[in-house]
Design a binder for this molecule. Structure first.
Ligand code: TYD
Length: 207
């Protein structure tokens, strides 16, 4: 595969959306034409799965059902969008990928990690990003930020408690320790500009 695959990860509230927006602008200014996509969703079937997963109507989803739905959305995205774009030599940037499954479903929900890894391998055919930017945020700071914004929980997962996010973050930190070459951690408590600068530092190194 000729293209380059990048992903962005982090707790909800870490500023992922802002950084993706800044990155889009930067790529445009530099004359690159990357494909930006996000999970869950990014395909027609995936967007239906996204609504199901994030809607607060379905509070009774079991952890296994939830894990399989995220992975179903991912399988579709990899087959329909990511692999074809990489085969054309494009740069692909994805907001969340397999690391989210491991952090949220294995560490957060407590599913066995090897189960979560196995279903992801099936869904992706073993595709891994060349570089993953992890915006790392302490859960306490996350709550403080969301409270300051007066932002109510937007979806089913944001309504989870602090202990859940502490476990998710531990998952991300474990992944970062195990994959030092691929996953680059950036403390999200820095200013937006400083985080953006560090993101670019990692990205320009691999372009
Ligand atoms: P997202 O739309 O990226 O929300 P945010 O912009 O707040 O980060 O993600 C939706 C939620 O889905 C988020 O709480 C994380 C969760 N999620 C998982 O639990 N597992 C997964 O595999 C993915 C991709 C997301």
């Amino acid at each position: 595969m000729k293209g380059i695959f990048l992903t962005i990860e982090g707790l909800d509230g870490a500023g992922k959306t802002t950084q993706v927006k800044l990155l889009q602008d930067w790529f445009r200014e530099q004359g690159y034409d990357p494909l930006f996509t996000r999970e869950p969703g990014g395909t027609k079937a995936g967007d239906v799965i996204r609504n199901l997963l994030l809607s607060r109507e379905y509070t009774g989803l079991t952890s296994v059902a939830e894990a399989l739905l995220y992975v179903a959305s991912r399988a579709q995205l990899v087959a329909e969008v990511i692999r074809p774009a990489l085969a054309q030599g494009r740069l692909v940037v994805c907001d969340r990928f397999v690391d989210s499954s491991i952090a949220y479903q294995a560490y957060g929900r407590g599913l066995p990690r090897d189960f979560v890894e196995e279903i992801n391998r099936l869904a992706t055919g073993g595709l891994l990003p060349r570089l993953t930017i992890l915006l790392d945020l302490e859960p306490a700071l996350r709550e403080e930020r969301l409270n300051r914004q007066g932002r109510p929980a937007r979806d089913r997962l944001e309504a989870e408690n602090g202990a859940f996010y502490t476990r998710v973050r531990e998952g991300y930190l474990a992944l970062a320790r195990e994959n030092r070459d691929r996953i680059k951690l950036i403390p999200a408590r820095h200013s937006i500009e400083e985080v953006h600068r560090q993101v670019l530092e990692h990205i320009t190194r691999i372009l």
